[in-house]
Write a protein that binds this ligand. Sequence first.
Ligand SMILES: Cc1cc2nc3c(=O)[nH]c(=O)nc-3n(C[C@H](O)[C@H](O)[C@H](O)COP(=O)(O)OP(=O)(O)OC[C@H]3O[C@@H](n4cnc5c(N)ncnc54)[C@H](O)[C@@H]3O)c2cc1C
Length: 453
Amino acid sequence: MTVMLLPYPLSIMAKITLFWHRRDLRQHDNAGLAAALQLGHPIVPLFIYDREILDQLPSRRDARVTFIYNEVERLARQTEQAGGTFLAYYGRPLEVFAELLRTYKVAAVYTNEDYEPYAKVRDAAVAELCQQHGAAFKAFKDQVIFAKDEILTKSGTPSKNFSAYRDTWLAALRDEHLQPYPSADLFQKSNLAFLPDAPTRPTLESMNFEHYEQFVPAAELPTDDLVRNYHQTRDRPGLVNSSTRRSVHLRFGTLSVRQLMRQAKELNPKLLAELVWRDFFMMLLWHYPNTATESYNPRLRNVPYRNNEEEFQAWCDGRTGYPLVDAGMRELNQTGYMPNRVRIAAAGFLVKHLLIDWRWGDRYFADKLLDYDMSQNVGNWQWMAGTGVVAAPWFRVYSPQSQQEKFDADLAYIKQWVPELGTTAYPAPIVDHPFARQRAVDALRAAYQEAGM
Ligand SMILES: Cc1cc2nc3c(=O)[nH]c(=O)nc-3n(C[C@H](O)[C@H](O)[C@H](O)COP(=O)(O)OP(=O)(O)OC[C@H]3O[C@@H](n4cnc5c(N)ncnc54)[C@H](O)[C@@H]3O)c2cc1C
């Protein structure tokens, strides 16, 4: 590897390429990074702790921020060991780029695509700023296998039917879609820019965040055995290795989705199909950004939700008197994780039994889940509420008791989180299931009829 020691003052230095990491905190198998490294200019990897996002967080004790910080520092150490500079800032991206483009001779800013509504606006503004400074801005497909407009219906519209989307997705899949990008190799062989005047990287303390770690499995593939058995274990939250637990790594890109897909394709079609849901919800958020904040189905935009704050609090705290729901909420509060089957039970209970607006639940999960991802969270919440682009029938109301009997018959999961079950310390159900079921169906039917569309 050649290390370029660039002369100071910077006005006479060579042009550089900035590679902006966001949802892709890894060097290996990184589409945008591989492309940046092939441009030929000395490269400087960059991360921005975005104040527009971080300043909105309800707590300065957030395990996701510590996770990101640890991963950024790992990337920075890798770059420094190779003789280069890794830039990191705590600020607003547009202001950071204005400064970078003034300070350095930037040939190009390369990055990977991000489909969230805020990210689209942010990236368009950064691209325009780059253009004003004569720097190229390019974003690559990296977080999904098929990009937002690669799998469309015959009439060229986004698919609103998951089965049809999945079938087209599977038919279009070729080995090349899952090929790893040689970014880690290229990184070792490339010119890295060393910037002697680079500012000190922010620390958690300097950003006013506490160090707070939660358990996250290693950013490696799950074992082949786990993947082979996945279809039999995924709905049994009481098992130790029930599902892959890789969602947090897919969220922050510490594991390449292509790598996990290759394993799933080889060993378990069910896991592959679950990963296709992930692509699907990402695509939907891109095409329907308004679904982040409002129900997709116009007939269900005026459901007379009860939004009872005390009941909402009981749900948040895991005190509803429905053990599966309570176990899930307690696990979420204590660890930042909840198994998929339990998310379904907890979300269904909130929107149907308590008739609380899905956006309240979406917000609570957003604050708590380590793997929080807007596209996945909104997609799944709107599915559960019956309001989404794809949605469970609005009149479907799962019985939490039957769910418990079906998925945690021996109470292996529930007992971990609700040890006082069966004693007087455990609350009685806050609402009767048959009553709540009827109330939900009546309210949703009334909303449908009133919308009159
Ligand atoms: C109300 C609700 C909210 C959710 N919010 C999120 C969220 O914010 N972030 C998130 O990543 N997932 C979310 N999910 C989907 C799913 O619950 C998690 O992806 C899964 O539980 C993570 O655990 P795992 O990695 O062990 O999953 P596994 O079962 O091992 O699945 C492997 C991967 O497939 C994908 N996947 C699995 N199930 C789903 C699904 N239902 N929808 C989309 N992708 C799926 C995920 O990327 C997951 O990591 C939500 C589900 C519900 C019902």
